[in-house]
Design a protein around this ligand. Structure first.
Ligand SMILES: CCCCC/C=C\C/C=C\C/C=C\C/C=C\CCCC(=O)SCCNC(=O)CCNC(=O)[C@H](O)C(C)(C)COP(=O)(O)OP(=O)(O)OC[C@H]1O[C@@H](n2cnc3c(N)ncnc32)[C@H](O)[C@@H]1OP(=O)(O)O
Length: 176
């Protein structure tokens, strides 16, 4: 992370701490309630510049016998960490994501995910993630990511027609 950082301020219209945050896309694999095969993560704004979510580790998420697949864990981090920019302003997309898998994460447990903005420089937002199984002092995974703020209309303009929600987006009612 660079030394010279911008001052962080919560966006006046963002969710209050403890409030459920709106999904960024109703069919998002991570947080979209209408995603047919998604994680259906419910994200809550935390104190400061943080977001929290809980994810029951279900049988279909299995990778190694009885434990979560690494890609599912990475996806969960990606989405929870990717929600933190909404606390300070424009949406951002993942440019870089690094995950440390510290302990096996058993099927049947509930994974607690916490993401926090470490700093921002221009459009770059540096975010860390941590996951545990109920005891915050015993993390089972950690992540670091770089998210880059975008103009959502321009960024998705060439792709929105492929969205399951294309009709709504192109009909002029984007769920931004
Ligand atoms: C028309 C209607 C549309 C309606 C849409 C409706 C709803 C949607 C609403 C919101 C959805 C928004 C977000 C979704 C959020 C979360 C989902 C979960 C997260 C994800 O799953 S999201 C998917 C995976 N993600 C991607 O699909 C990104 C693909 N990628 C790109 O699209 C570009 O790559 C981009 C935009 C990242 C940058 O491109 P760019 O041209 O805008 O900017 P540029 O390259 O100048 O980078 C600016 C500064 O970041 C530094 N930088 C860039 N990349 C770096 C790297 N890898 N490592 C280190 N530094 C890096 C540069 O060095 C420079 O730094 P500096 O300021 O210091 O010069």
């Amino acid at each position: 992370m660079p030394d010279e950082l911008d001052v962080l301020e919560r966006h006046p219209k963002t969710s209050e701490p403890g409030e459920l945050m709106r999904p960024h896309n109703m069919t998002c694999f991570g947080c979209g309630p209408e995603s047919p095969h998604g994680l259906h993560l419910e994200m809550y704004a935390g104190e400061g510049f943080s977001v929290d979510a809980k994810m029951p580790v279900q049988q279909w998420m299995e990778g190694g016998p009885g434990v979560i697949h690494g890609g599912i864990l990475s996806s969960a981090f990606d989405d929870v960490m990717g929600m933190t920019p909404r606390l300070i302003g424009p949406a951002a997309v993942t440019a870089h994501l690094q995950v440390d898998f510290l302990q096996p994460i058993p099927v049947g447990k509930t994974l607690h995910l916490h993401a926090e903005i470490l700093g921002k420089q221009r459009r770059k937002i540096y975010v860390e993630g941590v996951a545990h199984l109920g005891d915050p002092d015993r993390p089972v995974a950690r992540a670091n990511g770089l998210f880059v703020q975008i103009d959502v209309r321009a960024h998705f303009a060439d792709h929105v027609e492929n969205s399951a929600k294309a009709a709504e987006y192109l009909g002029g009612k984007p769920q931004l």
